[in-house]
Design a protein around this ligand. Structure first.
Ligand code: MCN
Length: 796
């Protein structure tokens, strides 16, 4: 085997970083097509208004303006609305309300930023000036912004045929068993909380270029997408009626997605349709402030939860009522996030025997809400880990101890929860004990006293969690409303010289796939690391794929790759058997060599590759030439990473600023392919969770529906100087059903961290009688809480 074989568990530097660090990435905004022109969207300044008329006259007369498209034009051309990829069913057995989502609004606008027209100009400046000259006559309507207002009787309706703005009233679990559990309870803990809305803000804003070739009737769309094949399917088959073989979607290098680039967006369809009408390629690059009102947003729940416990602090039942905001329209996966990806995670790592959860999914005059890193699972973990802390405080049980008493023991796996999912493997106690030791939980009182000496309030918070990643399996997902499959495909193309090109349906936009997939192939086929290239993101090159979301790439895409590699070995054995004049059963493959068992006769991988393509003296009667194998892998179950996170904070009671002092994470992600990449994913995920817990908040004006945090001046992203050095490590139990025992890792940090930080903040303020602080724990929010608690204490 070559010394350049870098297999599973190695820490090579990321292959892809050379091109990024030397400025040679290929992003959509960098692409220039011959004769290309520019497009700009006109967006609604109102949260809710009727469109009385649109007058493009002045714009069309401006220099360089080629076309103006409105919603009425698309409607007249028979262009359909944007489809939803996952419908849900209410507790009454009826399908969710699914009103149309036009690519350009017609009749009405339903959120600030709703696109109403598209202007094409020779240059972006000309298109932008013309966009400002389009006269849209709006008749403003009352807006509904918060979910509680939206479902009030008499609230303004977004859609005439959606009473109470209710998209779906969904439920999961056994209501009667949960009610019975509450009747037996020695103690009931209660919490009301808000899971704050977030804006994804990937470093690269969304962008697209569309081109039409009238000679071949082919369309090409370059888009900043996490799943180009799905965009081709949704846009081609459901919106524009373009045959799949005439539509190529390319997602080249993409500068971060975090879920936000996982949807089929209106801009993609409008550009593609208009490019054919104008007869020239059109580029659109979203501006940052435009992204704030047009990228799908995340979270936004209002929840009431109750936990029933016996006198020893054992959990008997959990009841959760959530109202989830999905914004002005149904985005691609919008309804699935606060339901199927939320309810089943309320079991967490605990043995709670009865759980019942109701979710009202509600339309409001805000930007649509969809998956954002973690998607439903951080929200579930937040509810659970906050209420467990409340219960511990009320019952006088140590917060680690109450968790220990209720955790699923390692030996109890596989473990069927009362809310649909069956965990295959895990060791929550192992993660917890390791995290407590690393964070020196026991030594905290001393550190708290030291902080108090400096006039600071110190708190420590713990959160344990389980994640469900790599959505599965297709056959059950179909019953739950998925309108697509959950499998992945990979092709391993061995060239005559033994070098390899992998074509895979997932999309790498920061996760390091070009490195970790190469490691898998190295491990499987013994081929040097530098001899392997990973190709993704182009529907004309890659057979098919469902893209990257839900931390599925390794567990589903990697499994397809492993399967295709196994097929290469099988075929290689047949060729080797012939070349070595042996029977196929006697051929062993190890470390890149095919050997006749028990002899020194062997052939290197590259010799077999050459024989496959130069079939002299080759058994053509039983074997086809060539060495290329494809595999589809449909996962049998989700994988269930889990872990324990501990945050330690200090609050300055004068400024109410929270400083994060220490952060410890111990995560179970199954077999680790590349520890350096996994640590990077954990760091990134944790920082996003810290962002939600301490800084980020997407705020709309309650009355007007205007976005008040529409730029980085008002929307506070976490920065390096807000963060401590983090101690992350793994405590792995292999997944029992993925080929390499792997579990996903891309979102775990975001799932464990918000509750750990919030619990630490509450702990620092517990002496004031505070038992909950909504996120973000901003200085302003804490000042109000500290002030009102102190006033109350003084009054008592
Ligand atoms: N990995 C590993 N061993 C494991 C698990 C994963 O070596 N046991 C490696 C994988 O091979 C891959 C990386 O870790 O290189 C992440 O793998 P995985 O958990 O499969 O997640 P995905 O690749 O499917 O990425 C999706 C996930 C999600 S859902 C969001 S959102 C997210 C995230 O990953 N967005 C990201 N991480 C991101 N990182 C960056 N830089 N940018 C984003 O937009």
């Amino acid at each position: 085997m070559s010394s350049n074989v870098i297999g599973i568990g190695a820490r090579p530097l990321r292959k892809e970083d050379r091109r990024f660090l030397t400025g040679r990435g290929n992003y959509v905004a960098d692409i220039k097509r011959p004769d290309m022109v520019a497009g700009v969207f006109v967006r609604s300044p109102h949260a809710h208004a009727a469109i009385k008329s649109i007058d493009p006259g002045a714009a069309l007369a401006m220099p360089g303006v080629l076309k103006v498209v409105t919603g009425e034009d698309l409607k007249a051309a028979g262009i359909g609305g944007l489809p939803c990829g996952w419908g849900i069913t209410g507790k009454d057995g009826l399908p969710m309300k699914e009103p149309p989502h036009p690519a350009l609004a017609h009749g009405k606008v339903r959120h600030v930023g709703d696109p109403v027209a598209f202007v094409v100009g020779e240059t972006a400046e000309q298109a932008r000036s013309a966009a400002e000259a389009i006269i849209v006559n709006y008749q403003p309507l009352p807006a509904v912004v918060g979910v509680l207002d939206a479902i009030k009787p008499g609230a303004s309706l977004l859609f005439d045929d959606v009473p109470n703005n209710l998209c779906c009233d969904w439920a999961l679990g056994d209501r009667a068993a949960t009610d019975a559990a509450f009747r037996k309870a020695a103690h009931v803990a209660r919490i009301s909380l808000v899971n704050n809305r977030l804006v994804g803000n990937p470093m690269e804003p969304r962008a697209a270029i569309a081109e039409y070739n009238s000679a071949t009737e082919h369309y090409t769309l370059w888009s900043t997408s996490q799943f180009p094949h799905v965009v081709r399917l949704l846009m081609g088959a459901f919106v524009l009626n373009i045959p799949q073989h005439k539509l190529r979607v390319v997602a080249p290098d993409v500068g971060g997605g975090f879920g936000v680039k996982q949807f089929h967006y209106a801009e993609e369809a409008v550009l593609t349709w208009t490019a054919a009408k104008v007869g020239r390629p059109i580029k659109w690059v979203c501006e940052r402030s435009e992204g704030f009102v047009s990228d799908a947003q995340g979270r936004d729940h209002v929840t009431e939860a109750e936990l029933a416990l016996d006198e020893h602090g054992k959990f008997l039942g959990l009841r959760v009522n959530t109202i989830a905001n999905i914004g002005g329209y149904i985005s691609t996966f919008g309804p699935n996030i606060p339901t199927n990806l939320y309810g089943p995670l309320l079991a967490g790592v605990y043995t709670t025997p009865a759980i019942y959860c109701e979710v009202k999914v509600v339309f409001t005059n805000t930007v649509p809400v969809d998956a954002y890193r973690g998607a439903g699972r951080p929200e579930a973990t937040f509810v659970l880990e906050r209420i467990v802390d409340v219960a511990a405080g009320e019952m006088g049980i140590d917060r680690a101890e109450i968790r220990r008493r209720n955790m699923i023991p390692k030996e109890a796996y596989p473990y069927q929860t009362p809310v649909m999912v069956e965990y295959d493997s895990g060791d929550p106690k192992g993660c917890l004990e390791k995290a407590l030791a690393v964070a020196d939980w026991a030594g905290f009182p001393k550190r708290k006293a030291a902080s108090a000496n400096h006039g600071k309030l110190r708190g420590i918070g713990l959160s344990t969690y389980v994640e469900a990643c790599g959505l599965a399996p297709s056959r059950i997902a179909g019953r739950l409303g998925a309108r697509g499959g959950l499998y992945e495909s990979a092709t391993v193309r061995v060239h005559p010289t033994g070098q390899i090109t992998v074509l895979i349906g997932t999309h790498n936009h920061g996760q390091g796939h070009e490195t970790t997939y190469a490691q898998i192939v190295c491990e499987k086929l013994g081929v040097p690391f530098d001899n392997i290239d990973i190709v993704f993101g182009d529907t004309d090159k890659v057979q098919f794929g469902m893209g990257t979301y839900g931390s599925r790439s390794l567990v589903v895409g990697g499994a397809a790759l492993s399967k295709a590699s196994d097929k290469i070995v099988l075929k290689g054995k047949k060729i080797a058997a012939h070349l070595l004049e042996s029977s196929e059963q006697d051929i062993e493959f190890e470390a890149g060599e095919f050997k006749v068992a028990g002899t020194d006769r062997k052939k290197a991988f590259a010799d077999i590759a050459l024989a496959a393509y130069v079939p002299h003296d080759y058994p053509l009667e039983v074997l086809e030439p060539g060495l290329e194998e494809q595999a589809y892998y449909d996962p049998v179950n989700f994988t269930y990473p889990g872990g324990a996170h501990i945050a330690e904070v200090e609050i300055d009671p004068e400024t109410c600023i929270v400083s994060l002092l220490n952060y410890t994470a111990v995560d179970d992600v199954g077999t680790v392919i590349n520890p350096m990449i996994v640590e990077g994913q954990l760091h990134g995920g944790i920082v996003q969770g810290i962002g939600q817990a301490l800084f980020e908040n997407c705020v709309y004006d309650d009355v007007s529906g205007q976005l008040l945090s529409g730029s980085f001046m008002d929307y506070c992203m976490p920065r390096a100087d807000n963060l401590p050095r983090m101690t992350v490590s793994t405590h792995s139990t292999p997944c029992t059903h993925t080929p390499m025992g792997v579990k996903g890792c891309g979102e775990v940090g975001t799932i464990g961290s918000p509750a750990a930080v919030a619990n630490a903040v509450v702990d620092a303020l517990a002496h004031l009688g505070v038992n909950h602080v909504d996120m973000p724990a901003s200085a302003n929010r804490l000042w109000r809480i500290i002030k009102s608690s102190s006033l109350q204490q003084a009054a008592e």
